[in-house]
Design a protein around this ligand. Sequence first.
Ligand SMILES: NC(=O)c1ccc[n+]([C@@H]2O[C@H](COP(=O)([O-])OP(=O)(O)OC[C@H]3O[C@@H](n4cnc5c(N)ncnc54)[C@H](OP(=O)(O)O)[C@@H]3O)[C@@H](O)[C@H]2O)c1
Length: 275
Amino acid sequence: MSVAVIGASGTTGRALTALLEADGTPFRRASRTPAPGATRFDWHDPSTHRALLDGATAVYAVPPPTTGDPLPAVRPLLDLARRSGLPRLVLLGSLAVLPDAPGAAEMEAEVRETPGWTVLRPAGFMQNFTGAHPVAVRLRERGQLLSAGGDGRVGWIDARDVASAAHAALLADRTASEHRLTGPQALSHREVARVVGERTGRAVEVVEVTAAELAGHFRAAGMPEPFADRLARYNASIRDGGEGGLTDGFARLTGREPGTFAAFVDDHRAEWAAG
Ligand SMILES: NC(=O)c1ccc[n+]([C@@H]2O[C@H](COP(=O)([O-])OP(=O)(O)OC[C@H]3O[C@@H](n4cnc5c(N)ncnc54)[C@H](OP(=O)(O)O)[C@@H]3O)[C@@H](O)[C@H]2O)c1
């Protein structure tokens, strides 16, 4: 087996390549700006797609981020994968259904027409509260957690667990399945703030904002406008139920329980202590 990993520099891709490295599964990193040994791949440049599939028996596909309509960019690779008989394709989808963005569901439907498909549909990543995500930057710099979602809860999952799920899906006997992945608890933003405060000793204030204000914050951080608006409106929709309940999709795929938010915070304590 040889796995081509799209998004290898990203939140789940980095953790996935570490797992593949650890168990000796041959893999190649794909990137728009590849380091030596990696493959150049750009969703928006179909001339790079053949090289991605060359010698690959499986692909982990992180679709182009920050767009509500990834299908036009993804379709050429799906066509090529079918034509060239790629045995296995694991797509990173999402449990979040952004408003006015039917393209993501259309993309998942088209992936299901591709032999050897698996679709992972994770809940919000715990990593949204760390690193470069605009919510994380405000949290780190000002101790404020911006939310338009009231007391609505999300089944936050550690992106390292999403990578473990991808790893299991790539190596599983079974394909043609969709996996809804959540962490072990559904937490509101207020509960997230409480856990961060308790585990790090840092006071975190939840600042309730409107969807429009949150969209402005996302845009100011550099997110493209239509995506920023949809993401903010999605965040506000959590107030009314959002992503729904918890699933056992992770345990069924990997045979173990997903990590808790408290454990995630413990692993990233330095991130918030620095603020
Ligand atoms: N954040 C969440 O809460 C959440 C929850 C559920 C699902 N998801 C899904 O997770 C996916 C990734 O989101 P993320 O924010 O965590 O991003 P990420 O994986 O950290 O980063 C995006 C990756 O995509 C690659 N990339 C960007 N544009 C590309 C292009 N045109 N062609 C090829 N590769 C490209 C980048 O690689 P290079 O720069 O090296 O090219 C980078 O490795 C999204 O599809 C999102 O729907 C996210």
